[in-house]
Write a protein that binds this ligand. Structure first.
Ligand code: PLP
Length: 283
């Protein structure tokens, strides 16, 4: 397996980050995760735009132009012969003696790897997944894709121990988002409901594409907050992320959503998304 680290492509075993890297010591960095389908990056421009924004917000200089990022990503996909899966990269503030203040001379650390994974034919796409709700314990700038993910690690482990595959985080009674996904419900009247963008959630790239597709299809959209009770009572529920595209949610806190099966509009949206992402037509 070949990874990218600070300007070089090299075997994973040889890719070493210094002990004093601020990503390791402070979680001082940001990241991106992009789906790969048929060897092509899905929605890469939007991911690079979000990367640029995250870097600006945390004041780390962007080490590459958009064209350079794209070339590095594509070369890594090619070198790994990756057809379907996930490409991850992170940029940290670099290596320096441990001190909270920004180092004057450090170069950002750039690390990138790929993970092969079936997204289109994932079994969970057929069965749907279980989610459990947990308090949202994160900081107040969740719109920045920061590598410090302790609250999500704890939330998702709680979900796993409850037999679920994702945690839906809750603040003031309203669902914010999933531990690593955007949260959606569909009302009995057939409207797709998703929380509006703000500092409270990550601006999901899959969320954005899905909203565009839904608009084109004339599906009713409601960008507003929804409560846990409304989710329990929804006609359908689903999540979106770059590593899963769209997955039906069939139980919330152990309660079946409607009949506890993936909903028809969710399945239609998944097919539309797959088509947009360039998946071969499904049987
Ligand atoms: N929300 C959070 C907290 C995430 O970590 C992620 C993805 O990792 C998402 C939403 C989904 O965003 P995207 O569709 O860009 O993968």
């Amino acid at each position: 397996r070949i990874v990218f680290l600070n300007g070089s492509f090299l075997p994973l075993e040889d890719a070493k980050v210094p002990f004093m890297d601020r990503g390791f010591l402070f979680g001082d960095g940001i990241y991106e995760g992009i789906g790969v389908l048929n060897g092509r990056l899905v929605d890469n421009e939007a991911h690079l735009e979000r990367l640029e924004r995250s870097l600006r917000e945390v004041r780390i200089a962007n080490p590459y132009s958009r064209a350079e990022w794209t070339r590095l990503e594509e070369e890594l996909v090619r070198r790994n012969g990756m057809v379907e899966g996930f490409l991850y990269f992170q940029v940290t503030r670099g290596v320096s003696e441990r001190d909270f203040f920004f180092p004057e001379d450090a170069q950002p650390t750039v690390a990138m790897f790929t993970q092969a994974k079936s997204i289109v034919h994932a079994p969970v796409a057929e069965t749907g997944i279980a989610v459990v709700t947990v308090p949202d314990l994160r900081w107040e700038r969740r719109d920045i894709k920061a590598i410090s993910l302790l609250a999500q690690v704890l939330a998702k482990q709680t979900a796993k121990e409850a037999g679920a595959q994702e945690a839906w985080m809750v603040e003031d009674g309203f669902v914010t988002e999933g531990g690593s996904s955007s949260a959606f419900i569909i009302t009995k009247a057939g409207a797709v409901v998703v929380r509006p963008l703000s500092h409270a959630i990550l601006p999901g790239i899959t969320r954005k594409s899905l909203l565009e597709l839904s608009k084109e299809e004339g599906i009713v959209l409601e960008e507003r907050r929804f409560t846990v009770e409304e989710a329990y009572d929804a006609a359908e529920a689903f999540l979106t992320s770059a590593s899963n595209f769209i997955l039906p949610v069939v139980t919330i806190d152990g309660r079946p959503v409607a009949d506890g099966k993936p909903g028809p509009l969710t399945q239609k949206l998944r097919q539309l998304y797959l088509k947009m992402a360039g998946a071969p037509a499904m049987a």
